[in-house]
Design a protein around this ligand. Sequence first.
Ligand SMILES: N[C@@H](CCC(=O)N[C@@H](CS)C(=O)NCC(=O)O)C(=O)O
Length: 199
Amino acid sequence: MDITLYEAGTSRSARCRWILLEAGIAFTSVARPKLVGSDEVRALQPLGKLPVAVIDGQSLFESTAICTYLADHATGVDLIATPGSWGRAQHDQWTSFVLTEMEAWLWNTAVNTFVLPPEQRIEAGFEQNSMMARRAALVLNDVLMHRDYLVENRFTATDIIAGWTINWGRRQNLLDGMDGLREYLLRLFDRPHCPLARD
Ligand SMILES: N[C@@H](CCC(=O)N[C@@H](CS)C(=O)NCC(=O)O)C(=O)O
C-alpha cells in the first residue's frame, strides 16, 4: 500500500500512526502547522479535519475507519478480529460505544473550550459532559477489570481506538477510582509504538 497520513501529534491521528507502526506499514507523514482547515486537507476531508489517509490514491477519513481498514490489510500481523466474526461484531460494538457514549461528550467540552471561537462557545454543558463521559468509562472499567483487552482478549485495533479516548478521559481527570482502566492504559503505554499522550 502507498500511504500518506495527514496527522497532528497526539490528536486522533495518533490512532492511525499507531496502527501503521504496529502493522509495520511504511507511510509518508504530512504534519505541519495550520494543516487543519487548509484547502489541502479540505480537498480530502470535507470538514478540513485530521486525520486523513490517502491510500493508493484514495482518501479515507475518520480515524476508526482508517484504523479498521489498515488492520484488515496488514500482512504478517493480526491486529483485528476477522470480518463477520463475533469478535468483529464486538469491535464494532466497542468502537461505536466509545465514540458515541464517551468521546462525543469529551469533544463537546473541547469544542466549547478551545476549538470554536469564544463567541460561539457554550459552557453550560461541561458538568454534564463529564458526568456522561464518566458513565461510559465506568462501563469500560467494569469490562476491563475482568480482561486485559476489549476483543478476543488480545491487543487489537479496538484497543487503539478505545485506548485513545480512555486516555483522553484520564487526562481530564475523569477516571478516578477506575482501576481497570488505569491498568489497561498502563498495558497500552507499555507497547513500544504507543503514541498516547502521557501528561
Ligand atoms: N471523528 C473524527 C474526529 C476528527 C477531529 O475532530 N479531528 C480534530 C483533531 S483531533 C480536528 O481536526 N479538529 C479541528 C476542528 O474540529 O476544527 C476522527 O476520529 O477522525
